[in-house]
Design a protein around this ligand. Structure first.
Ligand code: TMP
Ligand code: ASP
Length: 246
């Protein structure tokens, strides 16, 4: 078993005897602003692993397939090894975060239709926003022609909207509004586009439907306190699927 990759919140290991699979282990660390801000809390890895697992399982019922294969212990999952697209896709249902800041629009303003944005994954450049045209004309997806890149981006946009509709319902079920989220995709050995990485309070903005209270990484980014409590509560709600009632 070898460490294949270490990111800010996860480690990826090979799985002996299963070359098409990898083990994704969730760390207790928490970073923001391209890792300029660092933190952690006990059991964070375990909580996010369990949240991501429950979300992937619920997504299957909405016809959305991910890299998830099975759980392994309480802070790891076995996933399909994919060829990752070097993109982060953000979907927004309300204006918040970097969009609110860049355009000077009040956080919380609803959008007329969900917004899909692409960010080019590059730590040295802090994952810059890119247009579909830039991805195509600059050849940012390796080994793909301009027309193949165009097709992949069209599929990705359709996938983003379908995933958004499913996640809105899943989070609504537990009393949370999906304000925005980030996802990553890769292709499996048959060339199919699958959801990868994680869907957790690290990668989503989740506001309580009744109180608007934040239940996501903004508590850490903005020093709001109650970070661990919020993540625990998100897991508790998903496990009981009770709309957030205590
Ligand atoms: P943003 O408003 O900072 O652009 O973030 C949009 C959404 O994407 C938000 O739910 C947080 C998530 N996100 C990540 O998961 N990773 C990142 O590196 C960034 C910048 C945002
Ligand atoms: N995930 C990014 C980081 O660790 C940024 C963020 O989520 O705010 O730096």
């Amino acid at each position: 078993v070898t460490l294949l990759y270490e990111g800010k919140a996860k480690q990826v290991f090979s799985v002996s005897g299963e070359p098409d699979l990898v083990r994704m282990e969730f760390k207790d660390s928490l970073t923001a602003f391209n890792a300029q801000k660092k933190g952690d809390f006990p059991a964070k890895g375990m909580i996010n692993c369990q949240i991501a697992t429950l979300i992937f399982q619920k997504l299957i019922r909405h016809g959305i397939e991910s890299h998830f294969v099975r759980s392994e212990g309480d802070r790891a999952m076995i996933v399909k090894q994919l060829i990752m697209l070097p993109l982060e896709v953000v979907v927004r249902n309300r204006v918040a975060g970097s969009l609110a800041e860049r355009l000077g629009i009040a956080e919380g303003k609803p959008v007329r239709a969900p917004i899909v944005e692409f960010y080019y994954k590059n730590d040295a450049l802090a994952d810059p926003l890119v247009t579909a045209e830039q991805v195509e004309s600059l050849g940012l997806l390796p080994h793909l022609s301009i027309s193949q890149t165009h097709e992949v981006l069209l599929s990705l946009q359709a996938f983003a909207k379908k995933l958004n509709q499913a996640l809105i319902k899943i989070w609504q079920q537990v009393g949370l509004e999906l304000v925005d989220f980030k996802f990553e995709v890769g292709t499996d050995k048959d060339g199919r586009l699958l959801l990868a990485d994680e869907i957790t309070p690290d990668s989503c903005r989740l506001w309580d439907l009744k109180t608007q209270e934040k239940f996501d990484k903004d508590r850490f980014r903005r020093d709001l306190g109650g970070v661990a409590e919020a993540y625990h509560e998100v897991l508790r709600r998903l496990k009981t699927d009770d709309g957030g009632r205590p």
